[in-house]
Design a protein around this ligand. Structure first.
Ligand SMILES: [Zn+2]
Length: 436
């Protein structure tokens, strides 16, 4: 089976053809070879498929919020060709047995390529180490959705010492969160949800956790991936450690980059996420850190909940928001307006996640690599509408926002999976950690 993408515009402006044979990029350059299928990019920008290192597809156990079919369709509609899925399921993915079961459940049903995390508890280190094929180990240092939690930093130390895959942290200090939440309990009656949530989970808890993690890394120099950095204080701690050569990788989410307390005060619980949306000045310093090259990856933290769940009172509403269908459009829009280039976008959203997580032969358009490719309509301006979306939850904090730059076609393992707003392929996604 062969496919050719004609008239593709590379990020350096060159027009080229990409020839694909049996799912692999076999030739780049103007080609006269005849292919079984032809897709004309008509001079549109062509970039590697996005690797989203942080999603929650809610399977098993919470398929009423999202299931693998809807989540993986949403992914390819958003230009994402590989997702790394988190372990806070029901039951949580914390044993080799549950990990293998989840892997079997997904096999053959996914429109997008995937890797799966295994989740840390305070006493499952042997399970973590024996989960062959896990893309990473997830540690929740502060309680969030799903009940996974590690309070004891000695456990983090032991996991890092023995880990053979990336260790990823939700970095908010639980003791600090508890102290603040007890003291501020009455605040729940005042202010907007965004203001209350930021006050209940302030910057200082993220800073405290950052300092403790850096102290551990000074002893054990193993790679540590920090999920969703959200504030300048936290960034400063991690950046000074990075500058001293410690192997820290920082992820930012589009919601922390493009939403703040001031611009989302009408959204109530729909902007309730952990760590919280911060102030406008925090948002701008995160954007600057991205422009300066201090942020390694962009993760959607796609974490759907139903509209009913979000309409409950602040105390009863779960944290998290969907984001996989808006991650690439928002970043393309940012790349138009700021000193953030398409090359920067490719580095953070394709090359870096592949390198950090050891995903082989993906994250670049290169001969011999899997043909995971997105053709982009860089000049298409559209208002974000939830009725065009594939996520089951049916809402987006970015609905109503005008964005320029959307995926035109998504190619997964050489198959055209999404074209002009429609899913056209089959569930041909593969486990990126499965070794042939
Ligand atoms: Zn998450």
């Amino acid at each position: 089976m062969t496919t050719v993408i004609k008239n593709a515009r590379a990020s350096d402006g060159q027009i080229t053809d990409i020839f694909i044979k049996d799912g692999i990029i076999s030739e780049i350059g103007l080609t006269r070879s005849i292919a079984d299928k032809k897709l004309d990019a008509e001079g549109r920008l062509v970039i590697p498929g996005i690797i989203d290192p942080h999603v929650h597809f809610r399977m098993p156990g919470e398929e009423y919020k999202e299931d693998w079919e809807s989540g993986s369709m949403a992914a390819i509609a958003g230009g994402v060709t590989t997702v790394l899925d988190m372990p806070n399921n029901q039951p949580p993915t914390t044993t080799v047995e549950r990990f293998s079961k989840k892997r079997r459940m997904i096999a053959g049903k996914s429109y997008v390529n995937y890797g799966l995390y295994i989740g840390a508890t305070e006493d499952n280190i042997d399970e973590l180490i024996n989960a062959r094929g896990a893309v990473g180990i997830k540690i929740y240092l502060g309680s969030s959705t799903g009940g996974l939690l590690v309070r004891d930093y000695k456990v983090v130390e032991r996991i890092l010492e023995r880990a053979t895959c990336v260790v990823a942290c939700h970095s908010e200090d639980e003791q600090c969160l508890q102290k603040i939440q007890n003291a501020k309990f009455k605040m729940q009656n005042y202010g907007t949800v965004a203001e209350i949530h930021d006050a209940m989970r302030p910057d200082e808890c993220a800073i405290e956790s950052a300092q403790k993690l850096v102290a551990i890394l000074q002893k054990i120099k193993k790679p540590l991936y920090i999920c969703h950095v959200s504030s300048p204080g936290e960034l400063a701690v991690f950046l000074s450690a990075k500058q001293k050569g410690l192997p820290i990788y920082l992820e930012a989410t589009p919601h922390h980059l493009f939403l703040d307390i001031q611009n989302s005060d009408q959204l109530g619980n729909f902007v309730r996420v952990n760590p919280p949306i911060r102030s406008a000045s925090s948002r701008l310093s995160l954007q600057n850190a991205l422009i300066e090259g201090f942020i390694d990856t962009i993760g959607s933290d796609h974490a759907p909940h139903t509209i009913d769940e979000k309409n409950r009172s602040y105390t009863d509403s779960p944290s998290g928001m969907p984001g996989i269908e808006t991650i690439l459009p928002l970043m393309l829009d940012f790349a138009r307006l700021k000193k953030f280039t398409i090359q920067n976008l490719i580095r953070c959203m394709c090359e870096n996640p592949a390198r950090i997580f050891g995903i082989e032969r993906r994250g670049a358009i290169r001969q011999g690599y899997f043909a995971d490719i997105v053709i982009v309509d860089q000049d298409l301006t559209r208002v974000v509408e939830t009725n065009r979306m594939y996520t089951k939850c049916g809402w987006s904090a970015f609905a109503g926002r005008s964005i320029t730059g959307f995926p035109y076609a998504t190619i997964v393992n050489g198959e055209i999976a999404f074209l002009r707003g429609r899913i056209v392929g089959n569930p041909a996604g593969r486990d990126v950690m499965a070794r042939n």
